[in-house]
Design a protein around this ligand. Structure first.
Ligand code: ATR
Length: 281
């Protein structure tokens, strides 16, 4: 019988996940279907229970349900526990659900596997301290980077994230918080980062936080966790600052899907061809 999977969100019509998972299934010869589920915000828990009650095998969870999904599940993977958010629901043997979060590993794999970035010894600046930033923290800290600075408009929220990962094993990486405003002033904030990741929700609206050029080390890369058909405002900003590479989040989207697929099916799909497929429209 064909196994059933889906992505649940509100809204959901724009989601590319069905396309990605259909491509993975074709490539690996897996017999599955993957659909979109639109759930009203107050119906999320019931919709999930109904899906699994009807024999569904797994769900991806997107905005605005990643935190509610975290609260709903019976157990968390370590990276989901740190994230406080779940993007992958896995049926446990018997009853119950396990929640995982594949966003962070998707980010790190896109950078390392697809683009050849080496985190070892690198200084990384993460812009934002909301759900998107928190979601990628643990895999980032396990990447081998030397220093992670979390910069946020509201300093307290960045400090809270630093406190939340204080007890994690991070291979000796230094983690600290900073106010976003300090990055805009030469000689005041930290300087010389090898990689700057945009995890703020300014995303596609056009506003890019004000950041002094000295924040980029020579040869620095920029990475925007969102993507679009044309270069995002943050990618354009990175290139204007002289970044060696300015990458958007399309590869992260495909890599997080690949990790979910692996969790469900035990097979790791090839991602390069699927990224090309999405990029070409
Ligand atoms: P998400 O799930 O997308 O992370 P979120 O949890 O609401 O959404 O977090 C939004 C993030 O974008 C926060 O870090 C927010 O900064 P504050 O914590 O200070 O609100 C950041 N953000 C949103 N609009 C911004 C702007 N115009 N300039 C700078 N940062 C902004």
């Amino acid at each position: 019988m064909t196994d059933r999977y889906a992505v649940i969100g509100y809204p959901i019509a724009h989601s590319k996940s069905p396309l990605i998972h259909a491509a993975f299934a074709r490539q690996t010869g897996q017999d599955l279907e993957y659909t979109r589920i639109l759930s009203a915000p107050d119906a999320f828990a019931d919709t999930v229970r109904c899906f699994f009650g009807d024999g569904g095998q797994g769900l991806n969870v997107t905005v605005p349900f990643k935190e509610p999904a975290w609260r709903l599940v019976d157990e968390h993977s370590p990276r989901a526990a740190t994230a406080g958010a779940v993007n992958t629901l896995i049926r446990l043997p018997g009853r119950g659900l396990r929640g995982d979060n594949t966003d962070g590993v998707g980010l790190v794999r896109d950078l390392t596997g697809n683009h050849g970035f080496d985190f070892a010894g690198r200084r990384v600046l993460l812009l934002g301290a909301g759900g998107a930033a928190r979601g990628v923290l643990r895999p980032l800290l396990e990447s081998g980077l030397a220093e992670l600075v979390i910069a946020n408009r509201t300093l307290d929220k960045a400090a809270a994230l630093v406190a939340a990962v204080a007890d994690l094993e991070s291979g000796g990486a230094m983690v600290r918080a900073c106010g976003l405003a300090d990055l805009g002033v030469a000689d005041r904030g930290p300087v010389g980062f090898d990689l700057i990741i945009n995890a703020t929700s300014t995303g596609l609206t056009g506003a890019v936080p004000s950041i002094a050029p000295s924040v980029l080390a020579p040869g620095a890369w920029t990475y925007d966790m969102v993507y679009a058909d044309t270069p995002t405002p943050f990618c354009r900003w990175g290139l204007a600052q002289g970044a060696a590479r300015a990458i958007d989040g399309l590869g992260m989207l495909v890599e997080q899907a690949a990790e979910s697929f692996f969790l469900w099916r035990g097979i790791r799909p090839e991602t390069a061809a699927v990224i090309d497929l999405l990029r070409s429209g």
